[in-house]
Design a protein around this ligand. Sequence first.
Ligand code: DAH
Length: 348
Amino acid sequence: MSNINEKHISELRQQCLKEIEEATSLAELNTIKTKYLGRKGLIRQLFEELPNLSLKERREIGELLNRTVEEVENKLNQKLEEFKNVLIHKEHNFSKLELTLSGNKFYVGKIHPLNKVYYEIIQIFLNLGFSIEEGPEVEKEEYNFTLLNIPYDHPARDMQDTLYLDLKDFSEKLLLRTHTSPVQIRVMLSKKPPIKSIMPGRVYRHENLDPSHLFNFHQVEGLMVDRGVRLSDLKGVLTYFVKNMFGSDIESRFRQSYFPFTEPSLEMDIQCLVCKGKGCSVCKNSGFVEVLGCGMVHPQVLENVGIDSEAYTGFAFGLGVERIAMLKYRIDDIRLFYENDYRFITQF
Ligand code: DAH
């Protein structure tokens, strides 16, 4: 008996649409599609019976079957879209709400320990009313040495220490400054006393690298020239500096020393921060460590720049920024400042 009548088709159609409506997964939807529209599917099969019908019936039933297939396909597609939307939604919510996913690690930048100390040093002298002056890193030999009263035969002029520039066409001998003291000369040549300045900057020396030497490092120079400037002014300013830099309870002392551009010349020591003055390997059991060089500006240096040494006196000092940072943070290898090892530079 032929199954192919309107009632049967209508039942199949309803049953199929109901199943599609109730489907809860893509897999289920696929099964339904095969069940009804597959090659041996319940609806598809009916097409094979069409040739057994009369011409009139064939047209009517054929049309009905075509409409039914179209309707079922539409319904299937519609349901498929619904599933897709749900999936997209799920994915979307997933990235928004997946709280157990580990986040991206990010790093907060920090000021390099050397810059930190550099700014601190400068700020202390700004608080005392010093101005900031700067000079070039490529310097005239005359300013780096001659006018600073460093004679031709002084060991500091030796090629071992100084990096000279090989500029044959240039009439003057140029070099990479070995200290910030030539900026003293520049300031005194361009300004009349009273002068009260610090001169921070980078300096260069022909050195082999080791835990306490680099071929370039930083200094802060200080200079005060006026009528009646005395050694006690120098001591007062520098004692204020070390107390602000290392702590108000820090002991300090001045020792006699020698620099060609100062007379008298002194070196300043502070109490060893490691053993608090008791004596240890860092301070070689002396209880003190050296922090800077200083002195009264040599009268010859004042005369060299056209300042009357009978009327004016001055004091000067020069300190190494890396050295101050090493003392302050107890760093035992100067090279660490330039390696940019994240584990090192984030400790300060
Ligand atoms: N220029 C010296 C150096 O590089 C440091 C220094 C010592 C600077 C004494 C001064 C000073 O102004 O008075 O070793």
